[in-house]
Structures are given as structure tokens and as C-alpha cells.
Design a protein around this ligand. Sequence first.
Ligand code: ADP
Ligand code: MN
Ligand code: MN
Ligand code: MN
Length: 333
Amino acid sequence: MAEYIWIDAHGHVRSKSKIPEDGNFKPEDLPVWNFDGSSTDQAPGDNSDVYLRPVAVYPDPMRGVPNILVLAECWNADGTPNKFNHRHECAKLMEAHAEHVPWFGLEQEYTLFDMEDRPYGWPKNGYPAPQGPYYCGVGAGRVMCRDIVDAHYKACLYAGIKISGTNAEVMPAQWEFQVGPCEGIEMGDQLWMARFLLHRVAEEFGAKISVQPKPIPGDWNGAGLHTNFSTKEMRVEGGMKHIEEAIKKLEGRHKEHIAVYGEGNEMRLTGRHETGTIDQFSYGIANRGASIRIPRECAAKGYGYFEDRRPASNADPYQITGIIMETIFGAAN
Ligand code: ADP
Ligand code: MN
Ligand code: MN
Ligand code: MN
């Protein structure tokens, strides 16, 4: 069984299954398929076929060997990429600047909701006690849904996702997982697959995954998609010079970055709750209230990577990693 997975017009994943013919199950051996784009807001009713072009294949942790998960790009009937196919542009940028060996590490924060759309485990009326005991918490009443988090962790490992850790977040029922470092286009592919697996695993438990950047207004932390970045030049002695040059370039295109860093991010980037403000670019060493943070350890060594803290939890990793490459190294052609 091959589960074809794609991204719809709202940043949700969709999937359907087919029995492929025997083969090596590499992307190039798998058939191009299609779906009804009028049912997903991805095409008009009178020209509704959207094509699914396989781009990456993973072992399926739900069904086991020899079944597979197939990540697919969406293409229109006229041979142009579908409006919501951000992977295509991203792949061009990654290819154009491959010599810099770009590494990304994403920290995906998310919130678990029950079927009534309340954060999982929150009291029916009112709120839990204020934030404080929940971040990296242990024990009933401090963390919710560890079973889901752990099942997802293992599913990712089975599928070959470079998941590198998980932690409970500041708001109860909010968690994070990290994927990376991944090189180039692999980052977006892996994060989308990890998102698919999260929805798919939580489905078994009757929990919903929310990637809203500010799920609960008020004194409750929002959710981000911190993006850690380095190039081959930044990772060796003298790298800090390259990190500083990159940050200068990012400063000049703050607005353009914010435009693709997620919807509703203005509710989250308030300058409070470990964020910088949305209308002002800032950076600093070990500063969690800045747009860009240089980890203390990197500053001490003089090389390493930096963290772009601006992207919201619902941003598209292809758009984030793509614009970072474009801003630092220029357009693809
Ligand atoms: P934080 O302290 O911000 O919570 P995390 O430990 O949650 O950091 O996440 C750090 C992320 O940075 C991980 O995804 C990791 O893979 C990534 N990372 C580590 N080193 C590099 C590097 N040199 N280049 C890019 N990403 C990196
Ligand atoms: Mn983190
Ligand atoms: Mn976090
Ligand atoms: Mn972080």
C-alpha cells in the first residue's frame, strides 16, 4: 500500500492510498496520480484534476513493511505548479545554492485539542493554573498526551525522519518536536512528513493537532517554528563573520520574511512570551526576545549556526527555508 500525501490549500495534509505495481518504490518508479482539486480548494470544478508527482518515499510506520508513504507535489493539468506547491520554488533555490551546504533544524511547536476544540485536559470551565510547572513537566496535571507524543516520536524514527527531540512546552497541552539538521529541500519534506505522522497518530487517540500561532489569547504562550540555520562557511572557524553578514541581509528583508512566516503571527510576535515584536527586527546572543538568536555556545566558539525565532507554527517550511536562501544568496536564476 502506498499512501500518497500532499499539502492542501489551507496548509493541511491530505492523503489517499493506492496499490502500486511492483518496483523499487523510488519516487521516479512510482506513478504520477491525481485527485479532485475542487474538493480541496485547489482547482475549479470544471478543470478539477490536480496531479500528484511523487518526490520522496518513506517506510510506513502505521502499516509496516513493505508499505510506504509517498510525499507528492501538486501540479496543474497545464504543466504549471499548483498555487500551493511551495516546494517547487524552494527546490530551485536549494539547487542554485547547494555549494553552501545549507543545514536547517526546525522546532515545531503545536497544541493538542480535544473534540470540543479545547486544549486537551484543560478544565471544562475556566483555565488551568498559570504557566510555570508545564514546560518540560513530568507527571499528571503537568503534562497531557505524552502517549501521543511518544507514539509520534517512534513513528518518525521508523519512517526515517531525522527527528532530534521532543519537549513539553510552556502552555499545558502544548508540545514541541525538532527535526534536523537536514540539508536543503530535505528539510521541508521531512517536516511535512513529521506533521502528517503527528495528525495521523493523534487521530488514533481522538485528539486534534492545532498549529495556530496563538491558540489561546492572553497570558498563554503562542506556538512557533523556530528555524535554525547554518552553511558550510558558518560551521567552521571564522564562521561568525558569515553569520553576521547573513543577519544583516535578513534585517533588510524583515517584512518580506514576515509575509511568509505564517498567518496570524501578529498575535504571537508581541515582544512578550519569549518573542520579538513583529514590526521590528532585532538580534542578540542568547536573547529569546529577539527576531534572531545566536546561541551562547556559538558566540563563545566563534562559529556554528543561528536561530530565526520569527516563523509561526503554521508556516510552510518550504517558504521559510526558501526565503532564507533567497535573502542570503540571491534568487535562483
Ligand atoms: P532551542 O534551544 O531553541 O529550544 P532545540 O534544541 O529545540 O533549540 O532545537 C535546535 C535545533 O537546531 C535542532 O533542530 C537541531 O537539529 C538544529 N541544529 C543544531 N545544529 C545546527 C546547525 N549547525 N545548523 C542548523 N541547525 C542546527
Ligand atoms: Mn526548542
Ligand atoms: Mn519551544
Ligand atoms: Mn528555539
